[in-house]
Write a protein that binds this ligand. Sequence first.
Ligand SMILES: *Cc1c(COP(=O)(O)O)cnc(C)c1O
Length: 382
Amino acid sequence: MSGTKNTFEKIPFVDLKSQHSFLSAEIEAAITQVLAEGGFTLGDTVKTFEDEFAAFCDTRFAAGVGSGTDALHFALRALGVGPGDEVITVPNTFIATVEAIVMSGARPVFVDIDEDTYLMDTSKLEGAITKKTKAIIPVHLYGQPADMVEVMRIAAKHGLKVVEDACQAHGARLRGSRVGCFGDAACFSFYPSKNLGGIGDGGIVVTNDEAIQGRVMLLRNHGQVDKYSHVEPGFCSRLHGVQAAVLSVKLKYLDRWNKARRYNARIYDCLFRDSAVVPPVRASHHSGDHVYHLYVVRVDGRNKLRAYLSGQGIETGIHYPVPLHLQPSLKGYGYKKGDFPVTEKVAEEIVSLPMFPELKESDIERVAHEVIGFSLKYPKVA
Ligand SMILES: *Cc1c(COP(=O)(O)O)cnc(C)c1O
Protein backbone atom coordinates (compact mmCIF):
# COMPACT_ATOMS: atom_id res chain seq x y z
CA MET A 1 0.00 0.00 0.00
CA SER A 2 2.98 2.31 0.09
CA GLY A 3 2.46 5.35 -2.04
CA THR A 4 -1.34 5.29 -1.74
CA LYS A 5 -2.57 8.19 0.26
CA ASN A 6 -6.03 8.96 1.54
CA THR A 7 -7.39 11.78 -0.56
CA PHE A 8 -10.34 12.46 1.75
CA GLU A 9 -10.34 14.54 4.86
CA LYS A 10 -11.46 12.89 8.03
CA ILE A 11 -14.87 13.95 9.38
CA PRO A 12 -14.82 13.82 13.17
CA PHE A 13 -17.83 12.96 15.32
CA VAL A 14 -17.37 16.12 17.38
CA ASP A 15 -14.82 18.93 17.09
CA LEU A 16 -14.09 20.78 20.31
CA LYS A 17 -10.91 22.40 19.07
CA SER A 18 -12.52 24.71 16.53
CA GLN A 19 -15.01 26.03 19.10
CA HIS A 20 -12.29 26.75 21.63
CA SER A 21 -9.93 28.35 19.13
CA PHE A 22 -12.76 30.65 18.00
CA LEU A 23 -13.16 31.79 21.62
CA SER A 24 -9.56 31.47 22.75
CA ALA A 25 -8.96 35.15 23.52
CA GLU A 26 -12.16 35.46 25.54
CA ILE A 27 -11.62 32.17 27.37
CA GLU A 28 -8.01 32.94 28.21
CA ALA A 29 -8.96 36.37 29.57
CA ALA A 30 -11.64 34.77 31.75
CA ILE A 31 -9.22 32.15 33.09
CA THR A 32 -6.53 34.76 33.76
CA GLN A 33 -8.99 36.73 35.81
CA VAL A 34 -9.86 33.72 37.98
CA LEU A 35 -6.15 33.07 38.49
CA ALA A 36 -5.61 36.68 39.53
CA GLU A 37 -8.53 36.64 41.95
CA GLY A 38 -7.88 33.14 43.30
CA GLY A 39 -11.59 32.27 43.29
CA PHE A 40 -11.08 28.60 42.56
CA THR A 41 -13.94 27.01 44.50
CA LEU A 42 -17.40 28.47 44.93
CA GLY A 43 -16.13 32.00 44.38
CA ASP A 44 -17.77 34.89 42.58
CA THR A 45 -17.47 33.34 39.13
CA VAL A 46 -19.51 30.33 40.27
CA LYS A 47 -22.22 32.53 41.76
CA THR A 48 -22.31 34.67 38.63
CA PHE A 49 -22.60 31.67 36.35
CA GLU A 50 -25.29 30.09 38.54
CA ASP A 51 -27.37 33.27 38.24
CA GLU A 52 -26.81 33.49 34.48
CA PHE A 53 -27.70 29.85 33.88
CA ALA A 54 -30.83 29.98 36.06
CA ALA A 55 -31.97 33.04 34.09
CA PHE A 56 -31.20 31.25 30.83
CA CYS A 57 -33.48 28.37 31.90
CA ASP A 58 -36.21 30.72 33.17
CA THR A 59 -35.75 29.25 36.67
CA ARG A 60 -35.11 31.15 39.89
CA PHE A 61 -32.25 29.17 41.44
CA ALA A 62 -29.20 27.15 40.47
CA ALA A 63 -26.42 25.26 42.24
CA GLY A 64 -23.23 24.35 40.39
CA VAL A 65 -21.71 20.95 41.14
CA GLY A 66 -18.86 18.73 39.97
CA SER A 67 -20.70 16.80 37.21
CA GLY A 68 -24.06 16.08 35.63
CA THR A 69 -24.12 12.76 37.47
CA ASP A 70 -23.75 14.49 40.84
CA ALA A 71 -26.38 17.06 39.82
CA LEU A 72 -28.88 14.20 39.35
CA HIS A 73 -27.75 12.44 42.52
CA PHE A 74 -28.01 15.57 44.68
CA ALA A 75 -31.33 16.63 43.15
CA LEU A 76 -32.84 13.25 44.03
CA ARG A 77 -31.54 13.46 47.60
CA ALA A 78 -32.76 17.05 47.91
CA LEU A 79 -36.24 15.80 46.97
CA GLY A 80 -36.09 13.23 49.74
CA VAL A 81 -35.36 10.16 47.59
CA GLY A 82 -33.55 7.40 49.47
CA PRO A 83 -33.39 3.69 50.29
CA GLY A 84 -36.71 1.87 49.85
CA ASP A 85 -37.88 4.28 47.15
CA GLU A 86 -38.25 3.62 43.44
CA VAL A 87 -37.32 6.12 40.74
CA ILE A 88 -38.58 5.70 37.18
CA THR A 89 -36.51 6.47 34.09
CA VAL A 90 -35.76 4.99 30.65
CA PRO A 91 -33.35 2.18 29.71
CA ASN A 92 -32.11 4.16 26.68
CA THR A 93 -30.02 6.89 28.28
CA PHE A 94 -26.46 7.38 29.47
CA ILE A 95 -25.61 5.17 32.46
CA ALA A 96 -25.27 8.26 34.70
CA THR A 97 -29.04 8.76 34.91
CA VAL A 98 -29.34 5.36 36.58
CA GLU A 99 -26.16 5.66 38.62
CA ALA A 100 -27.61 8.76 40.26
CA ILE A 101 -30.67 6.74 41.30
CA VAL A 102 -28.44 3.97 42.65
CA MET A 103 -26.28 6.49 44.54
CA SER A 104 -29.36 7.95 46.21
CA GLY A 105 -30.13 4.46 47.54
CA ALA A 106 -33.32 4.06 45.49
CA ARG A 107 -34.16 1.29 43.03
CA PRO A 108 -34.14 2.16 39.31
CA VAL A 109 -37.37 1.23 37.50
CA PHE A 110 -37.58 1.46 33.73
CA VAL A 111 -40.25 2.53 31.26
CA ASP A 112 -39.64 1.58 27.63
CA ILE A 113 -39.13 4.21 24.94
CA ASP A 114 -41.23 5.29 21.98
CA GLU A 115 -39.99 3.63 18.82
CA ASP A 116 -40.09 6.83 16.73
CA THR A 117 -38.70 9.44 19.10
CA TYR A 118 -36.56 7.24 21.41
CA LEU A 119 -38.00 9.23 24.35
CA MET A 120 -39.95 7.81 27.31
CA ASP A 121 -43.20 6.23 26.12
CA THR A 122 -45.47 8.07 28.54
CA SER A 123 -48.38 5.75 27.71
CA LYS A 124 -46.44 3.13 29.72
CA LEU A 125 -45.51 5.41 32.62
CA GLU A 126 -48.48 4.79 34.90
CA GLY A 127 -47.99 1.04 34.56
CA ALA A 128 -44.58 1.37 36.23
CA ILE A 129 -45.79 3.34 39.25
CA THR A 130 -46.01 1.44 42.56
CA LYS A 131 -46.51 2.44 46.18
CA LYS A 132 -42.75 2.83 46.47
CA THR A 133 -42.37 5.21 43.52
CA LYS A 134 -41.01 8.55 44.65
CA ALA A 135 -39.77 10.29 41.53
CA ILE A 136 -39.56 10.24 37.74
CA ILE A 137 -36.51 11.23 35.67
CA PRO A 138 -37.58 12.01 32.08
CA VAL A 139 -34.53 12.35 29.82
CA HIS A 140 -34.43 14.97 27.06
CA LEU A 141 -32.48 12.55 24.91
CA TYR A 142 -30.32 13.63 21.95
CA GLY A 143 -31.51 17.24 22.53
CA GLN A 144 -35.25 16.61 22.11
CA PRO A 145 -37.53 17.44 25.07
CA ALA A 146 -39.45 14.55 26.60
CA ASP A 147 -43.23 14.96 26.91
CA MET A 148 -43.10 17.07 30.08
CA VAL A 149 -46.78 18.00 29.96
CA GLU A 150 -47.78 14.35 30.20
CA VAL A 151 -45.03 13.50 32.74
CA MET A 152 -46.07 16.39 35.00
CA ARG A 153 -49.76 15.47 34.72
CA ILE A 154 -49.07 11.87 35.77
CA ALA A 155 -46.64 12.97 38.51
CA ALA A 156 -49.21 15.35 39.98
CA LYS A 157 -51.90 12.68 39.90
CA HIS A 158 -49.70 10.25 41.88
CA GLY A 159 -47.89 12.78 44.08
CA LEU A 160 -44.45 12.13 42.54
CA LYS A 161 -41.40 14.36 42.18
CA VAL A 162 -39.85 15.04 38.78
CA VAL A 163 -36.19 15.62 37.98
CA GLU A 164 -35.47 16.48 34.35
CA ASP A 165 -32.29 14.97 32.95
CA ALA A 166 -31.40 17.83 30.61
CA CYS A 167 -27.75 16.84 30.24
CA GLN A 168 -28.16 16.60 26.44
CA ALA A 169 -30.55 19.50 25.95
CA HIS A 170 -29.14 22.85 27.14
CA GLY A 171 -31.35 25.53 25.59
CA ALA A 172 -33.99 23.22 24.10
CA ARG A 173 -37.57 24.46 24.26
CA LEU A 174 -40.91 22.78 24.65
CA ARG A 175 -44.06 24.82 23.97
CA GLY A 176 -41.97 27.97 24.19
CA SER A 177 -40.36 27.20 27.56
CA ARG A 178 -36.80 26.09 28.13
CA VAL A 179 -36.25 22.58 29.38
CA GLY A 180 -35.31 22.76 33.03
CA CYS A 181 -38.30 24.79 34.15
CA PHE A 182 -40.90 22.00 34.08
CA GLY A 183 -39.84 19.62 36.85
CA ASP A 184 -39.16 20.11 40.58
CA ALA A 185 -35.52 20.29 39.55
CA ALA A 186 -33.50 19.82 36.37
CA CYS A 187 -29.92 18.75 35.85
CA PHE A 188 -27.34 19.68 33.25
CA SER A 189 -23.85 18.40 32.51
CA PHE A 190 -20.97 20.54 31.27
CA TYR A 191 -18.88 17.60 30.09
CA PRO A 192 -16.80 19.06 27.23
CA SER A 193 -18.77 17.50 24.35
CA LYS A 194 -22.23 18.59 25.56
CA ASN A 195 -24.05 21.47 23.83
CA LEU A 196 -22.63 23.71 26.58
CA GLY A 197 -19.33 22.14 27.57
CA GLY A 198 -16.61 23.25 29.96
CA ILE A 199 -12.90 22.45 29.91
CA GLY A 200 -13.42 19.48 32.21
CA ASP A 201 -16.26 18.05 34.27
CA GLY A 202 -19.04 20.17 35.72
CA GLY A 203 -22.78 20.18 36.25
CA ILE A 204 -25.67 22.21 37.65
CA VAL A 205 -29.09 21.81 39.24
CA VAL A 206 -31.74 24.42 38.41
CA THR A 207 -35.02 24.78 40.31
CA ASN A 208 -37.71 27.24 41.33
CA ASP A 209 -37.55 25.94 44.92
CA GLU A 210 -35.00 27.71 47.09
CA ALA A 211 -35.00 24.81 49.58
CA ILE A 212 -33.84 22.40 46.84
CA GLN A 213 -31.06 24.77 45.84
CA GLY A 214 -30.01 25.07 49.48
CA ARG A 215 -29.94 21.32 49.99
CA VAL A 216 -27.86 20.77 46.83
CA MET A 217 -25.45 23.47 48.04
CA LEU A 218 -25.06 21.57 51.32
CA LEU A 219 -24.56 18.21 49.63
CA ARG A 220 -21.93 19.51 47.20
CA ASN A 221 -19.79 20.91 50.02
CA HIS A 222 -19.55 18.39 52.87
CA GLY A 223 -22.92 19.29 54.35
CA GLN A 224 -21.31 22.49 55.56
CA VAL A 225 -23.35 25.51 56.69
CA ASP A 226 -20.46 27.42 58.24
CA LYS A 227 -16.78 26.66 58.29
CA TYR A 228 -16.41 23.34 60.16
CA SER A 229 -20.12 23.19 60.95
CA HIS A 230 -21.56 20.18 59.11
CA VAL A 231 -25.26 19.46 59.42
CA GLU A 232 -25.28 16.24 57.36
CA PRO A 233 -22.75 13.98 55.68
CA GLY A 234 -22.23 15.45 52.24
CA PHE A 235 -19.88 15.14 49.30
CA CYS A 236 -17.02 17.03 47.71
CA SER A 237 -18.45 18.02 44.33
CA ARG A 238 -18.25 21.71 43.58
CA LEU A 239 -18.27 23.56 40.29
CA HIS A 240 -14.78 25.00 39.82
CA GLY A 241 -14.27 28.75 39.48
CA VAL A 242 -12.32 28.30 36.25
CA GLN A 243 -15.08 26.13 34.76
CA ALA A 244 -17.72 28.68 35.71
CA ALA A 245 -15.74 31.51 34.11
CA VAL A 246 -15.35 29.56 30.86
CA LEU A 247 -19.02 28.54 30.90
CA SER A 248 -20.10 32.18 31.33
CA VAL A 249 -18.18 33.03 28.17
CA LYS A 250 -19.67 30.11 26.24
CA LEU A 251 -23.26 30.55 27.45
CA LYS A 252 -23.52 33.72 25.35
CA TYR A 253 -22.98 31.64 22.22
CA LEU A 254 -25.19 28.66 23.12
CA ASP A 255 -28.34 29.72 21.28
CA ARG A 256 -26.27 30.50 18.19
CA TRP A 257 -24.57 27.09 18.33
CA ASN A 258 -27.89 25.33 18.83
CA LYS A 259 -29.25 27.12 15.77
CA ALA A 260 -26.28 25.87 13.77
CA ARG A 261 -26.98 22.32 14.99
CA ARG A 262 -30.62 22.64 13.87
CA TYR A 263 -29.50 23.96 10.48
CA ASN A 264 -27.13 21.00 10.10
CA ALA A 265 -29.91 18.61 11.07
CA ARG A 266 -32.19 20.13 8.45
CA ILE A 267 -29.62 19.50 5.74
CA TYR A 268 -29.22 15.88 6.85
CA ASP A 269 -33.05 15.51 6.99
CA CYS A 270 -33.43 16.78 3.41
CA LEU A 271 -30.70 14.55 2.08
CA PHE A 272 -32.20 11.46 3.74
CA ARG A 273 -35.67 12.10 2.33
CA ASP A 274 -36.88 9.16 0.20
CA SER A 275 -33.96 7.01 1.32
CA ALA A 276 -34.00 3.85 3.45
CA VAL A 277 -32.36 5.82 6.26
CA VAL A 278 -34.76 6.75 9.06
CA PRO A 279 -33.93 10.30 10.18
CA PRO A 280 -34.74 11.60 13.69
CA VAL A 281 -38.50 12.05 14.19
CA ARG A 282 -39.90 15.14 15.89
CA ALA A 283 -42.20 14.03 18.69
CA SER A 284 -45.87 14.92 18.30
CA HIS A 285 -45.86 16.56 21.76
CA HIS A 286 -43.01 18.68 20.59
CA SER A 287 -43.56 22.20 19.40
CA GLY A 288 -40.31 23.89 20.19
CA ASP A 289 -36.60 23.71 19.67
CA HIS A 290 -34.76 20.43 19.39
CA VAL A 291 -31.07 21.16 19.99
CA TYR A 292 -29.62 18.06 18.29
CA HIS A 293 -26.97 17.13 20.82
CA LEU A 294 -26.84 14.03 18.63
CA TYR A 295 -28.15 13.28 15.15
CA VAL A 296 -29.32 9.69 15.36
CA VAL A 297 -30.60 7.69 12.38
CA ARG A 298 -31.74 4.08 12.01
CA VAL A 299 -30.48 1.78 9.30
CA ASP A 300 -30.31 -1.89 8.50
CA GLY A 301 -26.82 -3.33 8.77
CA ARG A 302 -25.79 -0.71 11.31
CA ASN A 303 -22.51 -2.35 12.35
CA LYS A 304 -21.42 -2.88 8.76
CA LEU A 305 -22.32 0.73 7.99
CA ARG A 306 -20.14 1.99 10.84
CA ALA A 307 -17.20 -0.07 9.66
CA TYR A 308 -17.70 1.20 6.11
CA LEU A 309 -17.92 4.84 7.22
CA SER A 310 -14.87 4.42 9.40
CA GLY A 311 -12.99 3.25 6.31
CA GLN A 312 -14.08 6.48 4.61
CA GLY A 313 -12.69 8.54 7.49
CA ILE A 314 -16.14 9.27 8.94
CA GLU A 315 -16.50 8.88 12.71
CA THR A 316 -19.81 7.71 14.18
CA GLY A 317 -21.16 6.63 17.57
CA ILE A 318 -23.95 4.55 19.10
CA HIS A 319 -26.14 6.06 21.83
CA TYR A 320 -26.53 3.53 23.31
CA PRO A 321 -25.41 0.06 22.26
CA VAL A 322 -26.32 -1.76 25.49
CA PRO A 323 -29.74 -1.04 27.07
CA LEU A 324 -29.16 -0.12 30.69
CA HIS A 325 -31.29 -2.94 32.12
CA LEU A 326 -28.79 -5.32 30.49
CA GLN A 327 -25.64 -3.62 31.80
CA PRO A 328 -23.52 -5.88 34.04
CA SER A 329 -23.21 -3.11 36.66
CA LEU A 330 -27.00 -3.17 37.17
CA LYS A 331 -27.38 -6.95 37.19
CA GLY A 332 -28.39 -6.93 40.85
CA TYR A 333 -31.80 -5.44 40.01
CA GLY A 334 -32.92 -8.59 38.22
CA TYR A 335 -33.80 -7.24 34.79
CA LYS A 336 -33.43 -9.53 31.79
CA LYS A 337 -33.41 -9.54 28.01
CA GLY A 338 -36.92 -9.01 26.65
CA ASP A 339 -38.04 -6.69 29.48
CA PHE A 340 -37.90 -3.53 27.32
CA PRO A 341 -38.22 -4.73 23.72
CA VAL A 342 -38.38 -1.35 21.98
CA THR A 343 -35.12 -0.19 23.55
CA GLU A 344 -33.51 -3.55 22.76
CA LYS A 345 -34.60 -3.39 19.11
CA VAL A 346 -33.59 0.23 18.61
CA ALA A 347 -30.17 -0.39 20.19
CA GLU A 348 -29.36 -2.71 17.25
CA GLU A 349 -30.25 -0.18 14.55
CA ILE A 350 -29.31 3.32 15.69
CA VAL A 351 -26.19 5.17 14.70
CA SER A 352 -25.16 8.71 15.58
CA LEU A 353 -23.67 10.72 12.71
CA PRO A 354 -21.21 13.62 13.03
CA MET A 355 -22.97 16.62 14.60
CA PHE A 356 -21.53 19.84 15.96
CA PRO A 357 -22.19 23.51 15.24
CA GLU A 358 -19.10 24.02 13.06
CA LEU A 359 -19.76 20.94 10.86
CA LYS A 360 -19.39 22.01 7.21
CA GLU A 361 -22.23 21.60 4.70
CA SER A 362 -19.91 19.78 2.35
CA ASP A 363 -19.08 17.30 5.13
CA ILE A 364 -22.78 16.75 5.89
CA GLU A 365 -23.33 16.04 2.20
CA ARG A 366 -20.44 13.60 2.11
CA VAL A 367 -21.68 11.75 5.22
CA ALA A 368 -25.25 11.53 3.87
CA HIS A 369 -24.00 10.41 0.46
CA GLU A 370 -21.97 7.57 1.98
CA VAL A 371 -24.79 6.50 4.33
CA ILE A 372 -27.39 6.43 1.56
CA GLY A 373 -25.03 4.66 -0.83
CA PHE A 374 -24.41 2.01 1.78
CA SER A 375 -28.09 1.65 2.69
CA LEU A 376 -28.94 0.90 -0.93
CA LYS A 377 -26.85 -2.25 -0.53
CA TYR A 378 -28.79 -3.21 2.60
CA PRO A 379 -32.38 -2.29 1.67
CA LYS A 380 -34.99 -2.48 4.39
CA VAL A 381 -37.26 -5.49 4.15
CA ALA A 382 -40.74 -4.06 3.69
C1 LIG B 1 -23.70 13.33 30.03
C2 LIG B 1 -24.93 12.83 30.65
C3 LIG B 1 -25.08 12.69 32.04
C4 LIG B 1 -23.97 12.86 33.04
O1 LIG B 1 -23.14 13.89 32.92
P1 LIG B 1 -21.66 13.90 33.49
O2 LIG B 1 -21.37 15.35 33.57
O3 LIG B 1 -20.80 13.18 32.53
O4 LIG B 1 -21.66 13.28 34.84
C5 LIG B 1 -26.32 12.29 32.52
N1 LIG B 1 -27.33 12.00 31.70
C6 LIG B 1 -27.23 12.09 30.37
C7 LIG B 1 -28.41 11.77 29.52
C8 LIG B 1 -26.02 12.49 29.79
O5 LIG B 1 -25.91 12.55 28.46
